[in-house]
Design a protein around this ligand. Structure first.
Ligand code: FPP
Length: 233
């Protein structure tokens, strides 16, 4: 989920941007319910990009406080619902407090199958730079040969290597951009954009996105399968 449009939502109501983010956290709670009901096993939320640090100090600290509150208030609930929390992104950028709370919940929930992945201080490009560095270290140490490097090697060095590529990426508020989100993982993802702003995204919009996804013909660059036969497109 690329949760976009909080600022515009607030602006339309003559409210500060942070009010939009607060309303956006309420949507997060709702979306967790829709995903549970729909049997979604992995949900990744793009909560804060590396570029978002350039926003005003007030907005950044407000967003960080919101994330901290969300974890505090929702911790028990996530455990009760057997949801595993994972964080992807530059952990070193986060405050010690927030990181400690997130990592505690990561540990406590590590045995659960359904996953909520929160992208925090995340950028797809920096994830790939990090992977390249980790791989280079292994080559330097002599435990990996350059010719052994393949797509799997890259995948294995991502923040959450075992999480499958997203089937569907939903972006709210109408922008037709990927904005540095899961650049490696989105190679064959279906993309769905709704004009609805994130704070207004509710079950109707979620179901519309799933219906649109169900109607897509995913060929992964190949040909369509019909009645056991391959059909050229
Ligand atoms: C983009 O809207 C949204 C964000 C940068 C932050 C998303 C964060 C939340 C929804 C808060 C809570 C998150 C969790 C996981 C509890 P924007 O501000 O760029 O909107 P605009 O494009 O209209 O200005």
């Amino acid at each position: 989920m690329i949760m976009d449009g909080n600022g515009r939502w607030a602006q339309q109501r003559g409210q500060p941007r942070l009010a939009g983010h607060e309303a956006g956290s309420e949507t997060v709670r709702c979306v967790l319910n829709y995903c549970r009901d729909a049997g979604v096993k992995y949900l990744t939320l793009y909560a804060f990009s590396t570029e978002n640090w350039s926003r005003s100090e007030d907005e950044v600290s407000g967003l960080m406080a919101l994330l901290g509150n969300f974890i505090r208030h929702y911790e028990r609930e996530l455990i009760k619902r057997k949801v595993r929390l994972r964080v992807i992104g530059r952990r070193e950028d986060l405050s010690g407090h927030l990181l400690a709370a997130l990592e505690r919940l990561e540990r406590e929930s590590s045995g659960f199958e359904r996953q909520l992945i929160v992208a925090l201080s995340y950028s797809g490009r920096s994830e790939l730079v990090r992977a390249a560095r980790l791989i280079a270290e292994k080559v330097r140490a002599g435990v990996l040969l350059p010719e052994e490097i393949g797509e799997t090697t890259i995948t294995e060095h991502l923040y959450a290597p075992d999480v499958p590529d997203p089937d569907l990426i939903i972006r709210t508020s109408g922008e037709m951009r990927i904005s540095n989100f899961l650049l490696w993982q989105c190679a064959y993802s279906e993309f769905y954009v709704t004009p609805v702003l994130w704070p207004d995204f509710r079950e109707r919009e979620f179901k519309d996105a799933l219906d649109a996804y169900a109607a897509r013909d995913r060929r992964y660059g190949g040909v369509r399968q019909e009645c056991g036969q391959e059909v050229e497109r």
